[in-house]
Design a protein around this ligand. Structure first.
Ligand SMILES: [Zn+2]
Length: 552
């Protein structure tokens, strides 16, 4: 007698071997049998005509805070995600002294575009230690969580304000090492650090004040546990990224640890970036180092309005400055002729036509009917204005609420991204799940991998695509007994239609704490998601299960 049988499906087991027909039997949360298993079970799932695969693992997320009010990380789980890694990019919710909470929330707000209410309105912040955070997390998880601990918070704990002022002395480095050990003992699966991020005052985050000796000392502790070092390199500059690959490779070889860096984007503006970066990755792997580049599947799409700051304006300093002003001052600045002149000239001699002309007004709240679907170039021509001026005026005329979409800003050329995703040394991930909620949907990248790169372009076989986001991920991160359909493995399973699996349309919802907005995508073609033997999602509904665990 089984607790659960998944019957009659086509098993794609994560190893890369060809799909085969079999039932999958589960007992006590673990896969116990594969074959022709009959019907003797307390529950069953009919998988006829469907693929039965290991649950997908998302290795780069910022679900740290969402998991505290939504243990299913909706809508991640309906896309087949059964394990997520939060705590990336040097930021985690522990270890953190109560006095430093505001500083961390500021960093999350600036870097990951999460609203402050997400940290204050929906849960009680009761912990300081990493173990305390893990306990709070485990209360009602519908999926598994393999959390990283952030270098910036470790530094903040040990050094206080000095964490954003100077390098650490020997005693402070020793204290950070000890603190990292405690986090790893309490369930952290590695350390994350960043070489690029800034806080809400635009000051470098604490991890950026570390000298090499500090990161080396922390990597030494990771070596004691064989755990991951995750890094955000200077991804906008290929030479600097390559220098970081070399630095990571030395740490990987010296301490026998895996390392991973993200993002690695393809872009028409810097076509040499991916080939040069991958050439160095290949050289370092040939030496025995593990430096896994993480590559996302989706193209870069960015939505914004003048209602709040957006990363879209990162390359236009005077726009960026104006967007960060309080709302009333922002409106005053957008009406100030001299200021507008400066903003317009910053977008180029053509009044922003090249950079901004392809922007499109998207539907949704605040979108004027007569403008929805039109490009900014089209609207500007009709009004006899430059694109930049039109963007400002249209926003002012509609109370700053008009939503614009910059589609395919990069990473959209399938003839280049497809082979990259299929590269054996590329770690498919980097969704940023749960972050940048007002700029784009970080949900649905796995569905997109199948619709675009398996069905449409055939850069990956079904079996290889599944392997890339299950068994490969578990192996890279050292997650034990996950990511495969085989006896003894945790019963994390997704049942989907290989002909239909996809991401749905991106749309805005207002379900963040404090009625905050975020962009989401629902799944298409995913029937059933099982986490540790329990059905978490079935036929379009979440079951309310809570069988997720903090897993290492
Ligand atoms: Zn990140």
């Amino acid at each position: 007698m089984f607790d659960l049988i998944i019957k009659g499906g086509s098993v794609v087991d994560g190893s890369g071997r060809a799909a085969y027909h079999a039932d999958v039997g589960v007992n006590a949360g673990v896969i116990t049998a594969i074959g022709a298993l009959g019907t003797d079970a307390r529950a069953s799932v009919d998988a006829t005509g469907r693929v039965v695969a290991p649950g997908f693992i998302d290795p780069h997320t910022h679900f740290d805070v969402q998991l505290l009010w939504d243990g299913a990380a909706r809508p991640a789980i309906e896309h087949g995600i059964t394990t997520v890694v939060p705590g990336n990019c040097s930021l985690s919710l522990a270890p953190l002294k109560a006095a430093d909470r505001r500083a961390l929330v500021g960093m999350f707000q600036q870097i990951e575009e999460l609203p402050p209410a997400a940290f204050t309105d929906a849960f009680e912040w009761s912990w300081e230690s990493f173990g305390g955070y893990v306990d709070a997390l485990q209360r009602k998880l519908a999926l598994n969580v393999a959390p990283l601990v952030g270098h910036s918070v470790i530094r903040l704990w040990v050094m206080g304000d000095a964490a954003q002022q100077r390098s650490a002395n020997a005693a402070e480095i020793a204290a950070m090492q000890q603190l990292l050990r405690e986090c790893l003992d309490a369930g952290a699966v590695g350390l994350s650090t960043s070489f690029v991020d800034v806080d809400e005052r635009l000051h470098p985050v604490p991890s950026r004040y570390a000298y090499r000796a500090e990161l080396d000392a922390l990597a030494k502790v990771l070596g004691e546990y064989g755990r991951m070092l995750q890094v955000v390199p200077e991804f906008y500059a290929t030479d600097l990224t390559i220098a970081r690959i070399d630095q990571l490779a030395e740490l990987s070889l010296k301490y026998r640890i895996p390392t991973t860096f993200s993002p690695l984007f393809d872009s028409a503006a810097t076509p040499e970036n991916v080939p040069r970066t991958m050439a160095r990755v290949e050289e370092q792997f040939a030496r025995g180092a593990r430096v896994w580049p993480q590559v996302q599947t989706r193209p870069i799409d960015i939505s914004f309005s003048f209602e709040r700051p957006s990363l879209f304006f990162a390359r236009f300093p005077s726009w960026y400055r104006v967007m960060r002003l309080p709302r009333d001052e922002r409106i005053v600045a957008l009406r100030d002729a001299a200021n507008v002149e400066r903003m317009v000239s910053e977008t180029g001699a053509d009044g922003g036509r090249t950079f901004l002309g392809k922007l499109r007004v998207r539907g949704g709240e605040g979108a004027p009917d007569d403008l929805v679907g039109r490009t900014l170039a089209d609207i500007a021509d009709a009004r006899g204005e430059s694109a930049a001026r039109c963007l400002i005026n249209v926003s002012l005329e509609h109370d700053l609420l008009v939503p614009f979409l910059a589609a395919n800003v990069g990473h959209q050329d399938a003839s280049r991204v497809g082979p990259l995703l299929a590269h054996p040394l590329v770690h498919v991930g980097a969704s940023d799940g749960g972050a940048h909620v007002t700029s784009f949907s970080t949900y649905g990248d796995t569905g997109f991998l199948f619709s675009r790169y398996v069905r449409e372009t055939a850069h990956l076989s079904l079996e290889n695509a599944v392997k890339k986001i299950t068994a490969d991920t578990a192996a890279i991160w050292g997650l034990k007994n996950r990511g495969s359909i085989k006896p003894g493995c945790a019963a994390d399973v997704v049942v989907f239609d290989a002909q239909r699996i996809d991401r749905g349309d991106e749309h805005a919802v207002f379900d963040m704490p404090g009625h905050g907005m975020r962009y989401v995508r629902h799944s298409v073609g995913v029937d059933t998601v099982v986490v540790n033997g329990a059905i978490a999602y079935r036929d379009g509904s979440y079951t309310g299960s809570s069988t997720g665990i903090v897993c290492t």
